[in-house]
Design a protein around this ligand. Sequence first.
Ligand code: NDP
Length: 456
Amino acid sequence: MRVLELETENVRNYVNHLFEMVKSRNPNEVEFHQAVKEVFDSLVPVLVKNPTYIKLRVLDRMVEPERFITFRVPWVDDEGIVQVNRGFRVQYNSSIGPYKGGLRFHPSVNASIIKFLGFEQIFKNALTGQFIGGGKGGSDFDPKGKSDMEIMRFCQSFMTELSKHIGPDLDVPAGDIGVGAKEIGYLFGQYKKLKGAYEAGVLTGKGIDSGGSLGRKEATGYGTVYFVEEMLNEKGYSFTGSTVVVSGSGNVSIYAMEKAMELGASVIACSDSSGYIYDPNGINLDTVKRLKEVENKRIKEYVKAHPESTYVTGWKGIWTIPCDIALPCATQNELDFESAKHLISNGIKAVGEGANMPSTLDAIDEFLASGVLFAPAKAANAGGVAVSSLEMAQNSARIFWSQEEIDAKLKVIMKTIYKKSMEAATEYDFPGNLVVGANIVGFMRVADAMIEQGVI
Ligand code: NDP
């Protein structure tokens, strides 16, 4: 016992030392530090049992991106004025497949955001069981308030540079915040023009007529709900008859709401970055889809169509609404310690992360300490990238699967991620802790491939 304690202490010191190095090499990148800390803390028991990972410096290598590209994106707005944005792509790890991960267009995008997302993507992609490495990219371009032609010109300029670094067997981007089927369409069109070839597998999340997959649009939201349902069922709970609060009203939120409703839940609130709506009768999803997918309007417009609902300015207050299940599906660090306390005192049963890193580290600790069922993003929202990988498979084989086929595959993938994460958590003495379980499963798959491939 004493020997094990000593070994654990030594490994903890090694991990802490490595984390300090990451911080000094990447100063001021707080989101990146947060993502790394969460993973490092989970891996101590694996490193104690498998010292080869330390001997071969697997973690030291994994935390350093294989490549990090930044580039200028000049474009001309509707007034004829030249605008300049910054583009990013991190090609983090290609041990188990071509780099794979979305593009985010949002003014908050910087190196820290891209690196945190890219680092998490390594483990998430490994968890899916598919053969995809980790990558991420984006720009500080803000699509809000831009005309379609401005968005198109920006996408064309962005792709003119990005095309030098991607390809169906090299790096396959997709959408994320601010990048949906429209932007992917413009990006794909420009890539095709530059290459002079129809390489459909270079991007995923494409429109169906451009080689996209049925079920991709719904995959992240549906997958999150499938994962949470597994977690609930194990404790005798279910979405059926539960009240649910979902933050955001974008791609992930809308389809998480849709599936939760299909399973018999009452979704009573959702939001955008300006505020949230509360509808005691249950959100009318057709109205949300019309406002967000068709008319590009703010969520506060919802109350005009549903006078019994209320709108509150500011997005954080959504977590003060009593509910059984919370699904944060908007953005990073949207659910902090104080919000976690509110949810817990209101009797929350489960939290499922549809967004990437939506909960702060102290919020996660609080949920786990209070016995709240907690589904971490890397596992719970992996359905999006899993179906992206199915899109790549269809593009390679020149076949087209039905919605039912995709949905059946997605369900199996989400169930398998849940099962494997739970098993790893138990094996490494953190029973029920899906944060630890998911990090361990993702890490070991990538680490073992890295070892097989030598020091590269
Ligand atoms: P969208 O752009 O479609 O929607 C984002 C939603 O979140 C919008 O309602 C937006 O409101 C809201 N939002 C954005 N920033 C903030 C903020 N600072 N505060 C409050 N609300 C905010 O993006 P997605 O739905 O695609 O992505 C949402 C999350 O899910 C992200 O964390 C993303 O990384 C993650 N994710 C997405 C996947 C996908 O397949 N799309 C896959 C896996 C993870 P507003 O319109 O006002 O900005």
